[in-house]
Design a protein around this ligand. Structure first.
Ligand code: HEM
Length: 346
């Protein structure tokens, strides 16, 4: 097979990339040295956002299938790629260090030339939030969050908002897991405290869990029943009851080989939330030290808007909520033989 030799500069299209830094301050005949850093750092962010979209899209492709084998190479790939997203996000958090070598005065040398451009117009960022699962109704400042975008970019964001998100796919995938549907899996399940109205396993778990609650936590029993055992989804969560139940089960018995991939998946999603929140937090602090209480170039209230988004834009918080309902491992009910064998590939 003939193969044209590839040249580094051409392959990476460096001629385009390295000529894509046009300083506004130069155009205004008021050269500001730090504007180069400002442009390059934003470009680097947008390139990494593109890579994150690439990884998340590939995860959506697999997770959107009606049947996903919980122990397939495909699922392994999804987990691996979500892990990569976490690693990229960690790098994005650290990149703020570089920008913070610019002082506010250095920034003011060119800030006015940029108006009204702002990271607020990063449609890749908004699309990422939507793809992961942030719904329009849950957005802070939803009245104006796309107000600064050109119509074509508003369309991009809206299109993604109208498609199933990773969170919704995950909900369906978790809810489908058949731990409690097949009665034959539980025939020899024995637990001393399994009396109650629910599946014997959950009766046993709930009764033991209740015994671990201290004063001030007693109401957790009712919340537990609402979240994990109700007939309808509770107001406490975004995920369905069945998905929450299976997510808790996976967290409790994650030592079983068959549950390891689903557990890692949940961990990565929690990490994504945590890294995005960490980035938001660092960004807010950077904004504060750069512009104090002045409004953003994108016209928002600046720090206040960003703080609102930080508090409200957690996407996978249901997985964090599970921790309220765990208990000491040596008190866990012993699984039935059939399920033990199935989860352990015996
Ligand atoms: C001197 C540095 C920076 C300052 C002073 C700054 C300031 C701001 C402000 C005030 C906002 C709120 C919207 C507005 O009114 O403009 C904002 C939003 C935003 N900025 Fe920055 N920013 C800086 C650097 C960056 C960098 C390096 C990125 C990387 C992509 C970035 C990405 C974003 C994003 C994605 C938003 C929207 C956040 C959301 O809607 O939750 N910013 N920025």
């Amino acid at each position: 097979m003939s193969h044209k030799p590839v040249e580094y500069t051409e392959y990476l299209q460096l001629d385009k990339i390295l000529q894509a830094q046009d300083l506004e301050s130069d155009k205004q005949d008021a050269h500001a040295h730090d504007e180069m850093l400002f442009i390059i750092i934003h470009q680097a962010y947008e390139l990494w956002f593109k890579q994150i979209h690439f990884e998340v899209d590939s995860a959506l492709k697999v997770m959107g299938k009606p049947e996903v084998n919980d122990n397939s190479p495909e699922l392994q790939t999804v987990v691996h790629r979500l892990g990569r997203v976490v690693t990229i996000l960690k790098v994005l958090v650290h990149q703020i260090d570089i920008l913070e070598t610019m002082t506010p005065l250095d920034f003011y040398d060119f800030r006015d030339f940029l108006r009204p451009a702002s990271g607020f117009q990063s449609w890749q960022f908004k699309m990422l939030e939507a793809k992961l699962g942030l719904k329009f109704d849950n957005r802070y400042g939803k009245e104006y969050y796309t107000s600064m975008l050109k119509p074509q970019y508003v369309d991009y964001v809206k299109q993604v908002e109208n498609q199933p998100s990773l969170l919704e796919m995950l909900d369906a995938w978790l809810a489908r897991m058949p731990f409690f549907e097949d009665a034959s899996m539980w025939t020899d399940f024995k637990a001393t405290n399994a009396e109650g109205p629910h599946h014997p396993f959950w009766n046993a778990y709930l009764n033991t869990y209740t015994d671990t609650l201290v004063e001030g936590e007693k109401h957790n029993r009712a919340v537990f029943e609402a979240i994990f055992l109700g007939t309808e989804k509770s107001d406490h969560t975004t995920l369905s009851t069945a998905a929450m139940r299976n997510a808790l089960f996976i967290s409790l018995y994650r030592g079983y080989p068959l549950l390891q991939l689903p557990f890692q998946m949940m961990q990565h999603l929690l990490d994504i939330d945590e890294q995005m929140a960490t980035w938001r937090f660092r960004h807010i602090n950077m904004v504060h030290r750069m512009i104090g209480s002045r409004v953003g170039t994108g016209g928002s209230s600046g720090k206040e808007y960003l703080q609102g988004a930080l508090n409200k834009h957690y996407i996978f918080k249901d997985f964090a909520l599970l921790s309220s309902f765990l208990m000491q491992r040596n008190h866990l009910p012993k699984l039935s033989t059939a399920l033990h064998n199935k989860l352990g590939f015996v």
